[in-house]
Design a protein around this ligand. Sequence first.
Ligand SMILES: [Zn+2]
Length: 483
Amino acid sequence: MEYEPVIGLEVHCELKTATKLFCGCPTKFGMEANTQVCPVCLGLPGVLPVMNEKAVEFAVKIGLALNCTIAKYSKMDRKNYYYPDLPKAYQVSQYDKPLNYGGHLEVPLKEGIKRVGITRAHLEEDAGKLVHAGGKAGRLDSSDYSLADYNRGGIPLVEIVSEPDIRSADEAYAYLTALRNILLYIGVSDCNMEEGSLRCDANVSIRPKGTEKFGTRTEIKNMNSFRFAKQAIEYEIKRQAALLDKGERVVQESRLWDVTENKTKTMRSKEEAHDYRYFPEPDLVPIVLSEAYVKGIKDSLPELPGAKRERFTSKYGLTAYDAGVLTSEKELADWFEEGVKHTKSPKGFANWMMGDMAAKMKELEKGFSDLKFDQKKLGELVDLLEAGTINSKQGKEVFAEMFDLGVSPAEVVKSRGMAQVSDPKAIEEAVAKVLAENPSVVADYKGGKQGVIGFLVGKVMQASQGKANPKLVNEVLKKKLDA
Ligand SMILES: [Zn+2]
């Protein structure tokens, strides 16, 4: 049976406010355990939380960037559950009146833009962190004891919940990438995955292709790497398909991705909303926002990837895919926009950025700040190629030298005597010589084996030490052979 996966993602994004959501404790990562805590975030009796206004502002920014409706009235609720990393035994979150709802995110895919619905993006506090000690490194199931660190407890989070619009592990990966990209553009989170600033849960179910009804879903919890999320979703789709093929059923539950065994494992049976006994947080007033406040935040937003992508296609003639790649990170987009000032061919410039340049930067693990050349030099190379002064093979050599040493492409071409021979007379002479030296190949061609022309082009190129303009060589050869 062929199945269609149905995937929804919940992403927790830590906001980069200086202080926590309800107290003045700092949010700095990596500090000594339990040094950034106070009676409020430790949940001691008698304390009162005070809302961090910056966190509300950042959360509204996220809502606007995700095309959500911003609630003029929303409120905080208590989500009750007992766990050692949650000293109050409840998390302050938002239940039935989230700050942002009903938006969408445009996700660039190879086959075009896919619009994924955003159900809601609400504000809540993070829990502390348990450190499992002894036994196999960091694993709860083999540890001797656990330690609680409350530094993270109370750091503001926005939970971004997507509609179940995602249909494959690759789409999930693209969605996560696009979302991270937007969060970085608007500057509300450092999105540092290693430090847990972005964490993701995936709801996965499958249904027979062509049917509408959703299958039973499982939730894969707490993944802090997009790569793991993709692997876990792929695994889960296969696992569920194998169960259904055997006539068994999928059990609704939470599962964990085991990175050492590359499989998802049962964690606990899935809880329902009523298990949390939500009720309005009595110690905080509702969040009431004015039209002017929301508009002020909207006006402060930078150009977002979607708008930039459209501008790149219309203004510079890039394909949607290329524009999607170049706007995928702000730094990349900025580098390109500065670059087009220095070339006659934005498309050629984009091709080099996404091709050889990206490959080499990845291979050598270099960032833009490590580069020895600037946009002006790459633009020079692009224009030399466009003008036909050098051919593409030479272009690669010049690029390598520019990349390694930071030299000017025009100077490399000059000092190495690379300028391509585009003089028709010189090429005609070389062609005539090659044809005279290879009568049997010429006979083959005339006998119908047109493919041998490649051999002859090679011979002419060789005779010109690679400097002849290959396009011209081809034309002249064809003309002579077909005459
Ligand atoms: Zn505190």
